[in-house]
Design a protein around this ligand. Sequence first.
Ligand SMILES: Nc1ncnc2c1ncn2[C@@H]1O[C@H](COP(=O)(O)OP(=O)(O)OP(=O)(O)O)[C@@H](O)[C@H]1O
Ligand SMILES: [Mg+2]
Length: 486
Amino acid sequence: MAGFEPRTCRLQMSAVQATIPFKVKKKVNINLKKDKIVDDTLKKKQKLRRKNEDYELTYGTENDCSPPKQAKVTDNSDDDVDKENSNDQNIIADNSIKPLVGREKEIAWLENYLLDHLDNEESASLYISGQPGTGKTASLTYILNIPKIRNGYKQVYVNCTMMKSAASIYSRICSELQLKTTGSTEKACLTAIEKYFKNNHKMILLVLDEIDQLDSKRQSVLYTIFEWPSVNRKLVLVGIANALDLTERSLPRLQARCSLRPRTLHFAPYTKQQIIDIFISVLEKEDRSNVFSPVALQLLAAKIAAVSGDMRRALDIGKRVIELAKRSKFSENHCVDSMMKDDSVTVELKQVLEVLDDVYGGGRKIENDVEEGLPMQQKLVLCSIMLMLTKGKNKDLVMGKLHDVYKRVARSRNIAPLDIGEMMSACSLLEARGALRAGVGAGAGAGAGRARRLRLQWDEAELLAALQDKPLLSAILNDVSCLSSS
Ligand SMILES: Nc1ncnc2c1ncn2[C@@H]1O[C@H](COP(=O)(O)OP(=O)(O)OP(=O)(O)O)[C@@H](O)[C@H]1O
Ligand SMILES: [Mg+2]
């Protein structure tokens, strides 16, 4: 969708609270403790409505981790809902439905990539990275439902969050490929899969979502799987995770051999305009008469884009804002029924501010702190902490280790490093700002001197966004060479 036009921003949003697709496991919990009675009534009514309106992405259990169903807007009757559930239909049977707003380029690239390999019957591997809520799973879900890809490939989707062991991953692949195995052990499943590859089979599209959820022990399974495309024909493997460099960090052997190195595709955080466009498109589909004031949506989108570009978070906050607007309206007319029927609720700036304040704490702006409030040495300490937290193997923040990393960071930027006592003073100043907490842990666990433990108090995503804005600082965040002495 093109620009943000004030007229189109008088959006219809009432349905959002029941229908915005939220991913439960990563949901942020914010307690709006007001009006419990209203809340309960709302919940009951929403439950009733949800049957008709629900279009959440669904995530399976370990036994059922098929690809999430594509978000869908329905006005169907209960019968239709049942029919759809029982048939497990592909919802995007019609390619005329537009790709996800804001992800048109990535989707077009992916579609071409997959169709090319399908036409040439060529194996390949691809690694998709991107911060939480940047639409990776949603885009893949869309792609998997494009008729040519759905019909051309035998698709296997595995969400690794559900997988407890290598055996369960292989077993999941076996059951998707409908392979008979001699048992349920890792070896039996692996043998069955490898035997299947040797036969003449349809092109396979294997999607492993959230591969960073596998702990290091189970990550060895990734080596085996990422090696498959180089030794088998007709297999396209797509791995999805948050980290930009997961394959380099966790699977260095793959990088060493050209034939095994996966192509990469990065999903950047959503920009403010993309977030606005997505809201507009989601709400337009709802065809509701409620209203979201332009300035309120602008503010919400600007904040999310500055903090994380996370659409899951944006939709979650959108939902809360509407709940709040409805509550305010209720306090005016005191009638639950009319409140539920009333689509004319207007979300105003003050409601967005109130929820943002609740979510991000006191309206404090980390960007401002990083922009002008902090001396360079404190910024370097924060960057070193973020480097350790995002790229380090061991996420324990201990003063001595932090000083080692910080020294390398400072020297590599030609800045004279503080000694450990001075750095501890810098940490105390950061503590006073609420950025850190030192001496965390009970009793001896809290540590002293070099063994003193630290915890980042600021929101990691918000700090990362603020630091990434500055070229010098953002380079540090990716400088893994500062993590070790070698
Ligand atoms: N472009 C978009 N249009 C509409 N909804 C979107 C869009 N992008 C993301 N969403 C919604 O935001 C939520 C998060 O998206 P998704 O699950 O695809 O993120 P992700 O990148 O896979 O995140 P994670 O790394 O946490 O798995 C979903 O509810 C999804 O429907
Ligand atoms: Mg995902």
